[in-house]
Design a protein. Structure first.
Length: 355
């Protein structure tokens, strides 16, 4: 990568300034988290996944908080998951009405409860149904709004599963989808074992000029760079690695510019955590904000040099006043921060970048 060059990515009519996306994260990628990620360099963010029936059955004028999006985040995608093809079209229309700029379909969730209800990754085992869902969504969403897809590399490691994957992939592009995100693990793998980046490379070679976004094992800026270089995917979708560490977008962009990176110091952390908390308090209200933000505080603590004590302090928070007291006690004096622990790296990351 040349100095000061960050590759842009086309997503339908949107020309995104970088290949760094925030993934849909159930229970996390709400409006406050997405705004913080966007301000720190995420070129595109996704709302946490929503069930199609929940969207269709929600009353007009009483939208669920997950259906909220704002001009502060542009573009932002709404992600759909469900079991019955006929529910996807009406749900997609509601997300368009709510203001989402992209409609994403989830065929990747590996959670047992989701699979038992024939949702998410379950559809990778039934290509006909999967393609019917894709058609129904693309047919009702206005042409100027991109429709995208999230997949895993199949149900399992069988040849049949791989055949089904490519049948859905090719059929999705034929039906006009703007981009497909591929996670390098199978549904049966869940989150165990390494993400298969070699498969991502194969998918990108197969797709040619069509947009492929890579996902899996992106817990550090260097891992994001490695995936872009080694697999040649058009962008990376950062999921768990962005929770409590929105600086991963900024740091990855710096690496793309061949600039050195360092973890945010304590005062930088305090400023972002405070901003995140205030966004949450405005969005959820005084009574709900602490329960919602506690899980973020646990992750934010991983960047503090006294992470164990700070983690315990955030866990104990029950009121807004106590939250601010944690910041005053642990984030008052400035000091260098630390990079959060990185999960086991992808074995391929030790290799030289592909050419």
């Amino acid at each position: 990568m040349s100095v000061n060059q960050i590759p842009a990515v086309s997503l339908g009519p949107y020309q995104l300034p970088s290949p760094l996306f925030q993934a849909a994260l159930s229970g996390y990628s709400d409006y406050p988290m997405r705004v913080i990620a966007a301000r720190l360099g995420a070129a595109y963010t996704l709302c946490e996944v929503m069930i199609d029936r929940m969207i269709v059955q929600s009353k007009q004028g009483k939208q669920h908080s997950m259906m909220y999006c704002h001009q502060d985040e542009f573009p932002v995608g709404g992600q759909l998951m469900g079991s019955e093809p006929e529910d996807f079209g009406p749900a997609a229309q509601r997300l368009v009405e709510a203001g989402f700029h992209v409609i994403d379909i989830n065929f990747g969730c590996p959670v047992k409860k989701v699979l038992s209800r024939c949702r998410g990754g379950y559809h990778l085992g039934q290509p006909e149904v999967a393609l019917d869902i894709i058609s129904r969504v693309r047919d009702v969403v206005p042409d100027q709004i991109p429709v995208t897809l999230k997949m895993r590399r199949g149900i399992d490691d069988t040849a049949e599963s791989e055949d089904n994957f490519f049948r859905i992939l090719d059929g999705a592009y034929e039906r006009g989808l703007a981009a497909i995100t591929v996670h390098g693990r199978t549904v049966h793998q869940k989150y165990v074992g390494p993400s298969n980046w070699e498969f991502l490379k194969q998918v990108k070679q197969h797709a040619g000029s069509k947009i492929v976004i890579g996902s899996g094992d992106l817990f550090s800026p260097q891992a994001c760079i490695d995936m872009l270089h080694m697999t040649r995917v058009d962008g990376v979708s950062i999921a768990r690695g962005a929770i409590g560490n929105p600086w991963i977008f900024q740091q990855t962009a710096d690496l793309l510019r061949d600039q050195p990176i360092s973890p945010p110091d304590i005062h930088e952390q305090r400023a972002v955590i405070t901003e995140h908390f205030e966004l949450g308090r405005t969005f959820y209200g005084e009574k709900k904000v602490c329960n919602t933000m506690r899980k973020f505080g646990i992750y934010y603590s991983e960047l503090h040099p006294q992470r164990t004590e700070v983690r315990k302090a955030f866990i104990a928070v029950k009121t807004s006043e106590q939250w601010l007291q944690v910041l005053e006690q642990w984030y008052h004096n400035n000091a260098p921060g630390i990079f959060p622990p990185v999960e086991q790296p992808n074995p391929l990351s030790i290799e030289a970048p592909a050419t």
